[in-house]
Design a protein around this ligand. Structure first.
Ligand SMILES: Cc1ncc(COP(=O)(O)O)c(C=O)c1O
Length: 459
């Protein structure tokens, strides 16, 4: 296969992806790298070990620019540490954004995946999959849910939840079902999950006449009066309340924990209107908050909750868990996923579950979470012009960056210079989401490195 020079030149002169308007020439087949209708000869893929420092260029040439990436290329890891191609070690308090619960290169997880690969890794949901049954059983036994539906990501799990809510409402005669979600929420990037995500900046340019997927309304998170007003709107003009969909703790919105009274009111309103209370546990679930599910901190039982991220410890898997009638709302053919719940992903999920159980990981999350809060609060006292409120549960914590001239992103970059990986949340919060297995010594190291970063910015 020959790389077309014409194509590369065309890309090189485009100033930015956002202002690229396809012209007849740019759409013409003359820029194609393969012959249309002919027999093309394959080229072999590049060997990753040969790329060394050139992978960044390869990205820019070949990968769509949907992410602003830090200038780090990570090629290995162990436990809570990641190593870059230039030989630097970083203490990882991001864990793939709350995903690698067991850290990196965990032997137990690796063995489980290896064993499953040697047996069978994918067969399709045309057949029974024992690993899927076992993982569904563990999830149901360790929550209020009765049945699981498996998919591959958080957004997909939320799409499944949205579809369940609509069908459940339809079965009750509601033709205009409304799902209420909260301002500053984040539920994923697929179109309906994005419509539930009440952050206008993510909607720009994806609407139809400015409208996203219809049937979503919003309320202010933790504000009972605002929720009641939204329910009022959702039950007027021929509409009906299908569901209230909330994160137990808003992660991407800036580490904002839910308020138990607000969730109790949401439960009450759902019961009153025959609607579903749906909790998005994609970031908070699977032990991250010190309890297996974030909603346990709120003392509320959802009808539906979703999980992904840590569920497979970094192997893609998502689940939509439902109880009562919601668990039998879908019938054969109503929803599906080619990969969802395949033997490999479920073997990973089972290994994560077993590891959490065998190693008292939830206790570690509680102890390390407390250590992190205390350490961050001390730093906030010491650097009052830079650090503000410390928020969150367990190992899902954030500290506000209140300095006028420093952004959370800049603090994250400064931490990176000190060998610590962190991630911003919302506009001005620095988020700590380390692997759930982080030790006391590693947490002290994280706090020391963070202090060095804050100091470098405070001066
Ligand atoms: C609460 C929540 N829901 C859904 C998602 C989307 O998950 P995914 O990126 O796996 O689609 C995220 C991702 O950050 C999340 O934090």
């Amino acid at each position: 296969m020959k790389l077309s020079v014409h194509f590369l030149v065309a890309v090189a002169v485009i100033p930015s992806a956002s202002c690229f308007v396809p012209t007849a020439a740019s759409r013409s087949t003359s820029s194609l790298k393969v012959s249309v209708g002919g027999t093309s000869q394959l080229t072999p893929p590049k060997k990753v070990e040969d790329l060394s420092d050139s992978s960044e260029d390869l990205y820019n040439q070949n990968v769509q620019t949907t992410y602003g990436r830090y200038k780090l290329t990570i090629d290995s890891g162990k436990g809570c540490f990641l190593k870059t191609t230039d030989g630097k070690n970083y203490l990882d308090c991001v864990s793939g954004i709350a995903t690698c619960a067991l850290g990196h290169n965990n032997e137990f997880l690796t063995k489980a995946i290896e064993n499953q690969m040697k047996k069978v890794h994918h067969v399709s949901n045309l057949y029974f999959i024992p690993e899927q049954a076992a993982l569904a059983n563990w999830l149901c036994t360790n929550s209020g849910a009765d049945k699981a539906f498996f998919c591959n990501s958080g957004a997909e799990a939320n799409e499944a939840a949205i579809k369940v809510a609509r069908r459940y409402a339809y079965n009750r005669g509601i033709e205009k079902p409304v799902i209420i979600s909260a301002e500053k929420s984040f539920h994923g990037r697929t179109l309906a999950a994005l419509s539930a995500t009440q952050q206008p900046k993510y909607h720009k340019g994806f609407g139809f006449g400015g409208e996203m997927v219809p049937g979503f309304d919003s309320c202010v998170y933790n504000d009972i009066a605002s929720l009641e007003a939204a329910v009022e709107r959702a039950t007027s003009d021929g509409k009906g309340l299908a569901a209230i969909m909330l994160e137990p703790l808003q992660g991407e919105g800036g580490i904002i924990p839910g308020n138990p009274e607000f969730f109790a009111k949401a439960r009450e309103l759902c019961d009153k209107h025959g609607a579903l209370l749906m909790i998005d546990e994609v970031q908070a679930g699977m032990g991250r908050t010190g309890t297996l599910w974030g909603h346990e901190n709120l003392n509320v039982i959802p009808d539906v909750f979703t999980s992904a991220k840590a569920l497979g410890g970094g192997v893609p898997i998502g689940a939509m868990m439902a109880r009562g009638e919601a668990a039998t709302t879908f019938g054969p053919g109503d929803h599906a996923s080619t990969y969802g719940g395949n033997p490999l992903a479920c073997a990973a999920g089972l290994a994560v579950a077993q590891y959490l159980y065998d190693n008292n990981v939830l206790e570690n999350v509680q102890a390390r979470g407390e250590q992190l809060s205390q350490g961050l609060e001390k730093l906030a006292e010491k650097y009052p012009t830079v650090l503000g409120q410390v928020r969150g549960w367990g190992l899902l914590k954030g500290v506000e960056c209140i300095a006028e001239d420093i952004t959370a992103g800049e603090l994250v970059a400064a931490a990176m210079n000190e060998g610590l990986l962190l991630v911003p949340a919302g506009a001005n919060v620095v988020r700590f989401v380390p692997p759930l297995i982080i030790s006391e010594e590693e947490m002290n190291m994280a706090l020391e490195r963070f202090e060095a970063a804050v100091k470098s910015k405070a001066n």
